[in-house]
Design a protein around this ligand. Structure first.
Ligand code: PLP
Length: 379
């Protein structure tokens, strides 16, 4: 089977370990195991893990902690996966048949769109609108839905805009899915990383054919654990478990145990508070920098996530900008082309403030040196 390149992941995989200042990440500074394992009792539970095969759909303890994050969910509603990425993979693989249509909220993390096309679906973009502060227009969704719609795939809170859907937008999505008999695939991996501290409502429990994917990579600062999950109707979770037998079989024993410690209620609250503190402390560095460049960039402050999505006031090629910053200044950020929105850039602000300051300083150097920008400014 031919696949299209997953450009964002390729760009990061190839360069993230070779640049000095990586501001392409969308999460917060990851924790060490030492920071996470609070006391000697927990440490013993980690060190005593026997490295056999894990329960492949996730241990009872971990699935019950995940289920507790969703209204009325039980362990049979949860499938543990290797990251949110595997969760999205098994859902898309499990649902899409050749000839189906998938409505895909955009801009978005392009995994589901790329996969759905390779499984033979037609992917129809449903665009978030900058003029609506990156909210979608529900009337457009109603026009996109047909009897062939198999999935409406959304990302809430959104990567890359950081916008959170309103209740009425969520209702409109459920109504559109109901009309077509479609599934909602709600990627909620940024849920919990809200500036306001108010956790975004889940799609779970709003509509019967909903599959929510999430994990510990973004809001919890634990991407290296590779812990994700799907939450949905028990029969569909059982079916997807069978698909998962063909992918990774399951995450590791250590992953399961450490993830379970991370989701113990107090630890979880502490992790989310840590993430929100990092967002609140670091965002002003980007926000102030952007305010100083209002002649070059458009920007709507994110409601969640450690990502600033910035648009061009001038007609420039953001892939070339990103490549020049990488090659000449050692700064890695994400060009909008990788979100099918040329001209835009995504800056991650969830890691060290010093790194962020330095990276923005180098961006300034590049702006000062760049003939294109000087011309754009003088126009
Ligand atoms: C919206 C979205 N979903 C899923 C993923 C993959 O997450 P994970 O690292 O948990 O596999 C990402 C990673 O950037 C993402 O942005």
């Amino acid at each position: 089977m031919k696949i299209e390149a997953f450009e964002l992941e390729r760009w990061q995989s190839v360069w993230e370990n070779h640049v000095e200042l990586n501001i392409a990440e969308s999460g917060v500074e990851p924790l060490s195991v030492r920071e996470l394992v609070e006391n000697s009792g927990d440490l013993a539970r980690v060190l005593d893990v026997r490295l056999g095969y894990p329960q492949t759909n996730g241990s009872e303890e971990l699935r019950s902690r995940i289920a507790a994050l969703y209204p009325d969910a039980k362990t049979e509603n949860v499938l543990l996966t290797c990251g949110g990425a595997e969760a999205n993979y098994v859902v898309t693989w499990g649902l899409v048949e050749r000839g189906d249509e998938v409505i895909f909220m955009q801009p978005n993390y392009m995994q589901v769109a790329g996969l759905a096309r390779s499984f033979g679906a037609e992917v129809k973009p449903w665009w978030l609108r900058e003029e609506l502060n990156w909210a979608p227009d529900a009337n457009e969704l109603a026009r996109l839905v047909t009897p062939k719609t198999k999935i409406i795939a959304i990302c809430n809170p959104s990567n890359p805009t950081g916008a959170v859907l309103s209740d009425s937008a969520m209702d409109a999505i459920c109504a559109a899915a109901e009309k077509a008999g479609a599934w909602i695939l709600a990627d909620e991996v940024y849920r919990g990383a809200e500036f306001s501290g108010r956790t975004t409502a889940s799609f779970y429990g709003r509509y019967k054919r909903t599959l929510c994917t999430a994990g510990l990579s973004k809001a919890y600062g634990l991407p290296g654990l590779r812990t994700g999950w799907v939450v949905g109707p028990a029969e569909m979770i059982e079916k997807l478990w069978g698909y998962h037998d063909y992918t990774s079989i399951g995450p590791t024993m250590l992953t399961d145990r450490i993830a379970s410690l991370a989701l113990a209620p107090e630890r979880r609250a502490w992790l989310l508070e840590r993430t929100r503190r990092i967002l609140r402390e670091n965002y002003p560095l980007v926000g102030d920098w952007l305010a100083g460049h209002a002649d070059l960039f458009t920007h709507v402050k994110p409601s969640a996530g450690a990502i600033a999505w910035i648009g061009p006031r001038k007609n420039w090629n953001s892939a070339s900008v990103a490549e020049a910053l990488r090659a000449r200044k050692g700064v890695l950020l994400v060009p909008g082309e990788q979100f099918a929105m040329p001209g835009y850039l995504r800056i991650g602000f969830g890691e060290g403030a010093d790194k962020l300051r330095q990276a923005l300083g180098r961006f300034d150097e590049w702006i000062a040196e760049s003939a294109d920008i000087a011309m754009a400014r003088s126009r």
